[in-house]
Design a protein around this ligand. Sequence first.
Ligand code: NAD
Length: 270
Amino acid sequence: MKYNVIHRGDEISIDLMQRFHQLAGQHGLQLDEQSPDIVLSIGGDGTLLHAFHQYSAKLDDVAFVGIHTGRLGFFADWKPDEVEHLARLMHESAASGNLQVVKYPVVEIQITTESGIETHLALNEFTLKGVEVTLVAELHINDEPFETFRGDGICISTPCGSTAYNKSLGGAIVHPSLDAIQIAEIASINNRVYRTLGSPVILPKHHHCDIYPKAHQHVLLAVDHLNVQRSDVISIRCLVAAGRKVRFARFRPFPFWSRVREAFIGYEPK
Ligand code: NAD
C-alpha cells in the first residue's frame, strides 16, 4: 500500500508524522507522494481540507484518513496515541487487499467570468460574499429565477460540510450518504424591497443553482479554506459533482451520527 502524509506543520504533527513513517516502514507501507492509495492528514480538519485540495485531481484513487493533534476533528477522528494501531490496520488491509472506503458527495462550482469557465470542487462549502459593500445577487434554481439576495453572502455546502460553516448559519445537518447540496443565507437583508426565502434549501443531485452577482461587483469567493477576490464574475453554477466523490478510508466503524454527537454534544446520552 502506498501512502503520503500531509501535516499541519506544528511540532506535535511533525513528530507524529516521523513516528508514522517509522511504523509504515516496519509494516511494509511505501511512501509515494505522487500516487498514494492513502493520504494521512495529521493536524485538524483544516489539514484534511488542504490534503483534499492537493489530491482533488486523483479522488478516484486516493482515500483520506485523519489524525487530530488538537481537539477531536470531524474529519480528523483518530487520536495521536492510536497511530500504531492505524499503521497495523493499514498493513492488514493491504495484506488482505480489502481497503474499506466510504464515498461522500462534493460540490462542483463552475465560475463563469469574462475569460471563460473555471471549475472547482469543495469538500465543505463554497461561499460568495460582498467585499466592502453587501452582496447583491440573483439566485436561480434549475434555470428559473428564485430570489434576489442582498446581504453578507451565500453558502453552498456539501453534506460533509453541513456540520461546518453551514451549521453556524442555521443550516441542517445532512447525512453524507445523500447526494445533495445545501444553500444557506449569510445575514440576508429582508424588507419590502429585498426578500429571500430565509430558510436553508437542500437540492438533490441533477438540480443546480446559479448565482449572478451584480455586474462588476467586487466579491469574495471561498472554496473551503481557499479565498480569492474577483470583480469579473458573471455567474456561478453549483451542483453535486457528477461521478466524483471524496473517499475516506474506514479502518473501523465511526457512524456519522456518533461523530456529530461527539463533536457537538460531547457526552453519552442517558
Ligand atoms: P479551521 O481548520 O480552523 O476550521 C475551522 C473550524 O471548522 C474548526 O473548528 C474545524 O474543526 C471545523 N470544521 C472544518 N470542517 C468541518 C466539518 N466538515 N464539520 C465540522 N467541523 C468542521 O479553519 P480553516 O482551515 O480555515 O477551515 C475552513 C473551514 O472553516 C471552512 O470550510 C468552513 O466550514 C469553516 N468556517 C466556519 C465558519 C463558521 O462556522 N462561522 C466561518 C468560516 C469558516
